[in-house]
Design a binder for this molecule. Structure first.
Ligand SMILES: Cc1ncc(COP(=O)(O)O)c(C=O)c1O
Length: 367
């Protein structure tokens, strides 16, 4: 969403913190991504922003969904999305989720360990399983390669074990890291997956699906590769490296909602501390801006103009961890002013808690 006089006018009538979310932009993002990735099914990663209006808009655009909890599953089932359009890519899932998924007809699950195979065999017998591979996350601003995934060398043993426990070897998946600025990561991961499909087929493990995970970036303060640029890299690698006829899916989260919303906050106080000038806002790390602790930098706008000043910006709670930006420049800002945190539709309200009594931003829908 662009900063504009209309946005400022709209926000003036609203209490802060508030996330102004334009459903038309969500739909536009889905269409643009589908166009950039022909032949690839979009399964929206609900975790990025589970607001029902977002889910409804994406279901209307023909997206399926990636879900990892009972609550996410119930939210998409409530919209009438068939279970065949759902997958679950968290390699370690709670038992209540597996049972509810099985009852609802969702039977396509990621895994990366023998323990998960045992759990799936017990609570979702006969499911289709796809293996999460570790791939290079260099150049992604929110890396996701530490917690999950196995090396390709472990794949045969794990699929053989899964088959032995009555599960159906189905596919592979990877995640290049969220907010990935390095389009080569997709190519490298696709070549790795391509080789593995061949090796596994030679050993009697015939797979038919590849999920390319998420990672498509949102515009913040650095240049990012466009959907089209990433689409070109992906199309080339798919054609060169993968066996024909695979079901190809992608699980974008951030890219479908990030640019559809602006987070509007009020400056609740100002202070000079040594050489630093501090601004305190009514949204902070705990009620919406969690990703700033991992270094994510949003573009901030103000209605003021004038020479730039350097600020540290912190949230409203008593906790010293509640500090979002250091060394950012803005025209001089006063207590009571609004700040506009641009392209903040992903992983903001979804992460927000009510720590210290400062609740999540309200969502104001437009479009
Ligand atoms: C398994 C899985 N799929 C998809 C996503 C969505 O990623 P992104 O928001 O970078 O598109 C995530 C994010 O954490 C994930 O863990």
């Amino acid at each position: 969403m662009d900063y504009s006089p209309e946005l400022v006018k709209r926000a003036a009538a609203l209490e802060t913190p508030v996330l102004i979310l334009d459903r038309r932009l969500v739909r536009q993002a889905a269409r643009a991504l589908l166009q950039a990735l022909p032949g690839i099914e979009l399964l929206y990663a609900v975790k990025a922003n589970p607001h029902p209006a977002v889910l409804r808009a994406l279901a209307q655009e023909g997206c399926g969904f990636e879900v990892s909890s009972v609550k996410e599953l119930e939210a998409v089932l409530a919209l009438g999305v068939p279970a065949q359009r759902l997958i679950s890519s968290n390699p370690i899932k709670p038992v209540d989720f597996l049972r509810r998924s099985r009852d609802a007809g969702l039977r396509t699950f990621a895994f990366d360990s023998r323990g998960e195979v045992d759990k799936l065999a017990q609570h979702a017998a006969g499911s289709r399983v796809y293996l999460r591979l570790v791939v290079d996350n260099t150049g992604s601003e929110w890396p996701l390669s530490k917690k999950y995934g196995v090396n390709a060398s472990e794949a045969l043993e794990l699929f053989t074990y899964a088959k032995g426990r009555g599960l159906e070897p189905y596919g592979l998946t990877f995640h290049v890291g969220s907010q990935c600025l390095n389009k080569d990561n997709w190519a490298n991961a696709l070549y790795l997956a391509g080789e593995l499909f061949t090796v596994l087929a030679r050993h009697g493990i015939g797979l038919s699906m590849l999920s390319l995970g998420g990672g498509m970036p949102v515009r913040h303060t650095k240049p990012v590769p466009s959907f089209a640029e990433i689409g070109e890299v992906v199309a080339r690698a798919v054609a060169e490296a993968l066996p024909p006829g695979l079901r190809l899916t992608m699980e974008p989260g951030r890219a479908l909602v990030g640019e559809a919303a602006t987070l509007v906050t009020t400056v609740i106080g100002k202070a000079a501390r040594g050489p630093e000038e501090w601004l305190y806002t009514d949204v902070g790390v705990f009620n919406g801006l969690m990703e700033t602790v991992g270094g994510l930098k949003y573009e901030l706008r103000t209605e003021r103009s004038g020479p730039p000043r350097t600020y540290t910006v912190a949230g409203p709670s008593c906790d010293s961890f509640d500090m979002m930006f250091q060394g950012i420049t803005l025209p001089e800002v006063e207590a009571g002013d609004r700040l506009y945190i641009m392209n903040a539709g992903a992983y903001t309200t979804a992460y927000a808690s009510s720590f210290n009594g400062f609740g999540p931003p309200r969502v104001h829908l437009i479009g």
